[in-house]
Design a protein around this ligand. Structure first.
Ligand SMILES: NC(=O)c1ccc[n+]([C@@H]2O[C@H](COP(=O)([O-])OP(=O)(O)OC[C@H]3O[C@@H](n4cnc5c(N)ncnc54)[C@H](O)[C@@H]3O)[C@@H](O)[C@H]2O)c1
Length: 374
């Protein structure tokens, strides 16, 4: 079938994630032209060569002004999403934005307003929505298989190599917290599965015994109350030792309804490798030498796994699905920019409640989210 719309794709940010999406684009027939931008010329030129891209520049405007461009992936690091999003929206280009939408709640709102007034189609990279297991759960929930959901408990455990890799990219770490950077994935998943419910309050606490030396926290646990009385317990620790077999992420979600329950075990303990050969990690920062790892929960690297020089798994499904959304006008389960803003505000509200040691009513004033430690 011919594509309905050919894509001229701009990818801003040629690091780990921009690279994955560019390599997948190379093989997607609807992508007729691909241009790249990164402030790191060497990295960008290398990706241009590997992905067979048509163009590379270190100048964002030069890329976004190219006549071929009609869709943009924003894969810069967490603190640098605003300029490419705003530049794409004002030129009317469709958007795929890596999470979190921003690390400043006020900036996130102005980004959302710009997207809404431009009318562009903008989605967010909440990759785990594209896994078969979660799509199966979503379908059972929307067809009422467990009745009315009233209690949800979510627990995310992460290897500390992830936050160490994340915070090394910047000195601006104040909002690079477990919830804002990583818990946003499991919060998005939980909110998506509870679609239609709106949080009215949050009470959370955090600890920072280990990760404070890297300028972030270890864990944040909280309880949201929803507008219909549902309770949602959202918990993350990203301070697990490097030798923890989960190289990146393990998740458990329990969803209790009036007629049934869905119990999701997504810790990857069902696929264990133990070996004398030293294993790497999911995100090992340059110049950082973690202790030897000899046990690995396979499939715990969220984007997917490599075989035949190709990535297989959720990030491939998600990326191809977005190309289909643009080129074939197919409906997809991507998170919207509105979801991205909501997720940022809720994760920051957990941090605010933990800082204050008090319950926070929702919706919360965005200025309060940005206030200095209280
Ligand atoms: N969906 C997922 O599962 C998933 C997984 C990991 C990371 N992420 C998100 O993807 C984004 C990128 O993460 P990453 O791991 O690829 O980071 P990375 O550091 O590997 O890559 C980021 C790239 O952006 C470039 N960059 C920074 N500022 C720029 C600017 N102003 N203009 C152009 N280029 C710029 C950097 O030079 C770097 O090459 C982050 O928001 C991260 O949270 C999503």
């Amino acid at each position: 079938m011919p594509v309905k719309k050919e894509m001229g794709l701009a990818i801003v940010g040629c690091g780990t994630i921009g690279r994955i999406r560019a390599i997948i684009a190379r093989d997607y027939p609807g992508v007729k032209w691909m241009g790249l931008c990164d402030i790191n010329r060497e990295l960008g030129e290398k990706l241009k060569e590997d992905a067979g891209a048509d163009f590379f520049t270190t100048d964002l405007d030069e890329l976004l002004n190219r006549p071929e461009v009609n869709a943009v992936i924003v894969a810069t690091d967490e603190n640098n999403h605003a300029a490419p999003i705003l530049g794409a929206a004002e030129r009317g280009h469709a958007l795929f934005i890596e999470k979190p939408i921003a690390t400043d709640a006020r900036e996130s709102l102005s980004i959302l307003k710009a997207i809404e007034s431009s009318g562009v189609d903008a989605v967010m990279g909440y990759t785990q929505r594209f896994r078969r297991r979660f799509l199966a759960v979503k379908e059972r929930l929307i067809t009422g298989q467990i009745g009315d959901v009233h209690s949800v408990v979510t627990r995310a455990f992460m290897n500390r190599m992830v936050p160490i890799a994340t915070v090394r990219r910047t000195q601006n770490r104040r909002h690079l917290t477990p919830m804002v950077v990583s818990g946003t994935h499991s919060l998005d998943m939980s909110m998506w599965l509870m679609e239609g419910k709106t949080p009215v309050s949050i009470y959370a606490r955090s600890t920072d015994r280990v990760m404070s030396q890297w300028g972030t926290k270890d864990s944040t646990f909280g309880i949201f109350e929803m507008d219909d009385g549902t309770i949602f317990s959202m918990n993350i620790s990203w301070g697990l030792p490097e030798v923890w077999p989960g190289s990146v992420y393990g998740l458990e979600i329990g969803i209790v309804g009036t007629e049934g329950v869905i119990d999701i075990e997504d810790t990857h303990r069902d696929l264990v490798l133990a070996t004398n050969v030293q294993q790497g990690g999911g995100y090992v920062p340059d110049g950082y030498n973690p202790p030897a790892r000899h046990v690995d929960f396979l499939t715990s690297y969220p984007p997917g796994d490599l075989h035949m020089d190709q990535l297989w798994g959720p990030m491939r499904e998600e990326t191809v699905s977005w190309y289909q959304r643009i080129c074939m006008e197919q409906p997809t389960p991507h998170a919207t920019a509105q979801d991205g803003h909501r997720n940022l505000v809720l994760t920051m509200a957990m941090d605010l409640s933990a800082r204050r040691g008090k319950e926070v009513s929702l919706p919360v004033d965005l200025e309060e989210l940005m206030e200095e430690d209280v």
